[in-house]
Design a protein around this ligand. Structure first.
Ligand code: AMP
Length: 480
């Protein structure tokens, strides 16, 4: 079905085609006609389904068909839990609406309020905001939401998780009661249903994919490994596998830095992103990763929310997330827009409890695959006893492959060539301190220049990646 048949106007269809989309995704086909008809909507959809365009496109259509002079002030408000999502959604508004004359602004914390105030004064049609900073503007009376016609609550479940819900309710109190309200959530908890009931009128419900189930295009691998050997396993996989664009997750900021340093020392181009880094460091890291300057980006859960990088070939859970929802969110960073993706989770003995929680949450048993055989640094002979002239990170890998313990888990997978073996051994690992919940001001966010555009990461070197490396990553992303 072409975009045109959904009832979108010509300049908008041209904008979508210029973005590179040829046909609507399932959620877009279902949601766009309903929103154009003025209905409230609940979209229960996982990350990567194309839900942003499902709400941005009909909003752009509606606003571009109204007499602007008759409508002063903000006409659509999109509330989203994180700064990086706010930036990304605003970028989508700009991209899809490139042939339409509407003004959008991302309003989020960690950057100057003055620039936002100045832009708001000049007149903005669509505001994409995080709740904390928007509350600051409302308290200072630097934003007027009395003309809002369409409200979007994006990632409503995360609004609850991140403790924003009271702010969200206060913000809704500043909006006219007569409005269209669109609510999107990956999960429909009791709380989300309660919120919807309080703020919507007779919403159309759209459910895309089975709830909780990680996206079908992602192959999940679960490797048992001792905690003190995870670093070696990671290095082995990165150096021997076809892993060219990898997002590694660590539960803690300290852990993320440690992994990043270790990979760097092993000659693997890597960068880290977490809330302990400055805003410009985070923006540079993300830009560099997007531009293929790094093979690996190491991230914490909070920093990774909303990261939308095309062509992530693998997600590696260096540790098992303590919250089952985070697992779904983490692995959803690959397999975006129906591209293929692999998610690998390292599980030490003490983390099996978390794995069980994930299995319960996604309603699926996750089978252990035999861990690929790798040379552990601890088990290697001291350098003076070694005959080889290896450089750091280039040690000889064992070439023998053990039989898989579970032939079913092993059979037919794309990772067979890595080899398998190695039973999990008992160890007494040190517990990492989970990243604490932060105030909205200290949450991850990405910088914008004075002009309001995201800053580029110009100071990074090319990272020495060959063209074929870049091409492989391009090929990996399969569009609809
Ligand atoms: P979202 O779920 O909105 O975060 O979108 C996930 C990814 O799908 C993003 O990289 C979008 O650019 C991409 N996308 C959204 N709609 C389409 C479409 N109709 N065709 C191809 N890619 C799309």
């Amino acid at each position: 079905m072409p975009f045109k048949s959904l009832g979108l106007c010509d300049p908008l269809v041209q904008g979508i085609l210029a973005t590179g989309y040829t046909a609507p995704t399932e959620i877009q086909s279902e949601a766009i006609p309903a929103v154009l008809a003025g209905r409230d909507l609940i979209g229960c959809a996982q990350t990567g389904t194309g839900k942003t365009a499902a709400f941005v496109l009909p909003i752009l259509h509606r606003l571009s068909h109204e007499n602007k002079a008759a409508h002063k002030g903000v006409r659509s408000l999109i509330l989203t839990p994180t700064r990086e999502l706010a930036v990304q959604i605003e970028q989508c508004v700009e991209e899809y609406g490139r042939f339409i004359k509407l003004h959008a602004l991302a309003v989020y914390g960690g950057v100057s309020m003055e620039n936002q105030i100045r832009t708001l004064r000049r007149g903005v049609d669509i505001v994409v905001a995080t709740p904390g900073r928007l509350m600051d503007h409302l308290q200072r009376r630097t934003i007027d939401l009395r003309a809002v016609e369409v409200l979007v609550l994006d990632e409503a479940d995360r609004m609850f998780d991140m403790g924003f819900i009271n702010d969200v309710k206060k913000i809704i109190g500043h909006l006219p009661a007569n409005r269209q309200t669109l609510l999107f959530s990956a999960t429909m908890s009791k709380e989300v249903k309660g919120l919807a009931a309080g703020v919507q009128k007779d919403p159309k419900m759209i459910q895309i994919g089975q709830q909780h189930n990680p996206i079908e295009t992602i192959t999940q691998h679960i490797y048992p490994v001792r905690k003190d050997q995870k670093m070696d396993l990671l290095r082995h996989l990165l150096q021997s596998g076809n892993m060219y664009c990898v997002l590694v997750f660590s539960r803690t900021r300290h852990g993320a830095d440690k992994i990043n340093k270790h990979l760097d020392r092993a000659g693997i181009k890597s960068v880290s992103i977490h809330s302990g880094r400055t805003q410009s460091q985070r923006q540079k890291a993300l830009d560099g990763f997007k531009q293929n300057k790094f093979q690996v980006m190491v991230a914490t859960d909070i920093a990774a929310r909303g990261i939308d990088v095309d062509g992530i070939s693998h997600v590696v859970n260096f540790d098992v997330p303590a919250f089952a929802e985070d697992y779904v969110h983490r692995i959803g960073r690959t397999g975006r827009a129906k591209a293929l993706g692999d998610a690998i989770t390292f599980v030490s003995d003490d983390e099996k409890q978390y794995l069980h929680r994930i299995e319960k949450f996604i309603g699926k048993k996750l089978k252990f695959e035999p861990c690929p055989v790798f040379a552990s640094r601890k088990a290697e002979p001291k350098p003076d006893q070694s005959a080889s002239n290896e450089k750091p990170g280039q040690h000889q890998e064992k070439k023998h492959y053990d039989k898989p313990r579970d032939a079913k888990a092993h059979g037919g997978k794309r990772h067979d060539e890595r080899g398998h073996g190695g039973k999990p051994r008992q160890d007494k690992p040190r517990e990492g301190r989970p990243e604490q919940g932060q105030s909205h001001e200290s949450r991850p966010h990405y910088g914008k220049s004075q002009s309001g555009r995201p800053q580029g990461g110009g100071s990074f070197s090319s990272g020495g990646k060959s063209k074929s490396f870049r091409n492989r990553r391009k090929k990996h992303t399969r569009r609809f």
